[in-house]
Write a protein that binds this ligand. Structure first.
Ligand SMILES: *[C@@H]1O[C@H](CO)[C@@H](O)[C@H](O)[C@H]1NC(C)=O
Length: 404
């Protein structure tokens, strides 16, 4: 029993073989240096492995558009061209309108080309099916002096959306004001995109610029479109979606004024640029009125718009003991990985590999004798040394001279 206890309270250490060879020595140190450089340079300094990160950014975005445009001889203001009007992070600026006024419920001819007809039998195949603008009745009725079209039941007269109109070019000079507040919950850190250095007078006059005014929260639509590498005229003609990205990459170990937003711009509906089937972005809405006799009538609007999506992302890091320790342990352990490579080279490719092998691996005899105590085998089995040891010190480290 007692011997069991004494056998347990022992310490085992590994015996090392020191190889004095320039080749393997240099390889070993170079590999170690590479591993240390990688950990210090990339893992610690660049990736900041000594920090804990908070990626769950909380954010609120408020927007406001300003500017006046002229369309069809009417001056349009914000309430006319911005939808939805709440000033959220997603909003549309209407650039082109196709309006159909005074629509009432009733019967009228279709306007789409494919519903052209000469007699009722041309239209019966569409009977009770949804047409372009209403439910088809199966009758063929005159559209204008020369043309006949199938009749629909719905809001009449039906919209004609093939008319060419020029977009409201003043949109290019409209400005978007963006107010963004963010919070990193795990550090309870809050910040907004108006930096403390920005004054009220500056905000009244500035326009965002990638070079000179990178923290100005007011963006000219034309500039945003240009930064997203788009042509304003085509975008206004067909509509589209532009992303305004606000990114917050904060190192909270540094001073507070180093945590700043950075803005970037992209076209989000890149697919509709290449695809001819559904290019751009448009939608319809209607304004309803009541006549004196109580029947409803409406103005239908087909709107082509540039939609802006304000997207906020970011993360913050701060020094913390736990990731620092874990990564330091990983770094120290990884330095040992170099020995695997050196062993492969040493035992296979180097001159005198056989000799090194003999020194590194010692044969174990299959009849343990000396260390057997009370029927218990010790973990240090008896070893039989086949090779003559050139030089060995009492510390248990062999030295093999191989300087050539
Ligand atoms: C936008 O503003 C500039 C300068 O104020 C002016 O020269 C230009 O004509 C304006 N563009 C449109 C489309 O109104």
């Amino acid at each position: 029993m007692w011997s069991c206890i004494t056998d347990f309270f022992t310490y085992e250490t590994t015996k090392s073989v020191v190889v004095k060879s320039w080749t393997i020595g240099i390889i070993n140190r170079v590999v170690q240096l590479l591993i240390i450089t990688y950990f210090i340079g990339w893992v610690f300094l660049y990736e900041k492995a000594y920090q804990v990160r908070d990626t769950a950014i909380e954010s609120s975005v408020m927007t406001k558009v300003k500017g006046f445009g002229v369309y069809n001889d009417k001056v349009l203001d914000v309430a006319d061209y911005v939808t939805p009007t709440q000033g959220a992070s997603v909003f549309c600026i209407i650039t082109k309108l196709i309006t159909t006024e005074n629509q009432v419920q009733g019967y009228c001819p279709e306007t789409e080309k494919k519903y052209a007809c000469t007699q009722d039998s041309d239209c019966t195949k569409y009977l009770n099916k949804p047409g372009g603008y209403g439910i088809l009745t199966g009758k063929c009725v005159p559209f204008n002096a020369t043309l006949k079209k199938c009749q629909i039941r719905g809001w009449c007269p039906a919209e004609i959306d093939t008319i060419e109109t020029t977009p409201m070019m003043e949109v290019e000079n409209f400005t978007i004001f963006i107010k963004n507040s963010i919070r990193f919950p795990s550090f309870n850190y809050t910040k907004g995109n108006f930096l403390p250095t920005i004054t009220g007078d500056y905000i009244k006059t500035c326009n965002f610029d990638m070079v000179k005014h990178i923290y100005c929260p007011i963006f000219r639509v034309g500039d945003v479109v240009r930064y997203a590498q788009q042509n304003f005229t085509t975008l206004a003609q067909k509509g589209g979606v532009i992303g305004i990205k606000i990114s917050w990459m904060c190192d909270l170990d540094k001073s507070d004024d180093q945590c700043n937003p950075s803005y970037s711009f992209t076209r989000l509906d890149a697919m509709s640029q290449k695809n001819a089937v559904s290019p751009g972005y448009n939608f319809r809405f209607a304004k309803y009125y009541k006549m004196e006799n109580g029947t409803d009538y409406r103005t239908l609007v087909k709107a082509y718009a540039i939609r802006f999506d304000v997207l906020v992302n970011g993360n913050a890091g701060k020094f913390n003991m736990i990731p620092t320790l874990i990564n330091m342990v990983a770094a120290f352990t990884s330095v040992g990985v170099g020995t695997v490579l050196c062993d492969i080279i040493l035992l296979n490719f180097l001159k005198g590999a056989e000799q090194y092998k003999a020194k590194k691996f010692e044969e174990v005899s299959d009849s343990p004798v000396e260390c057997k105590t009370n029927g218990l085998y010790l973990s240090q089995l008896s070893l039989r040394h086949n090779e003559t040891i050139m030089r060995s010190s009492d510390s248990g480290a062999f030295s093999i001279e191989h300087y050539s």
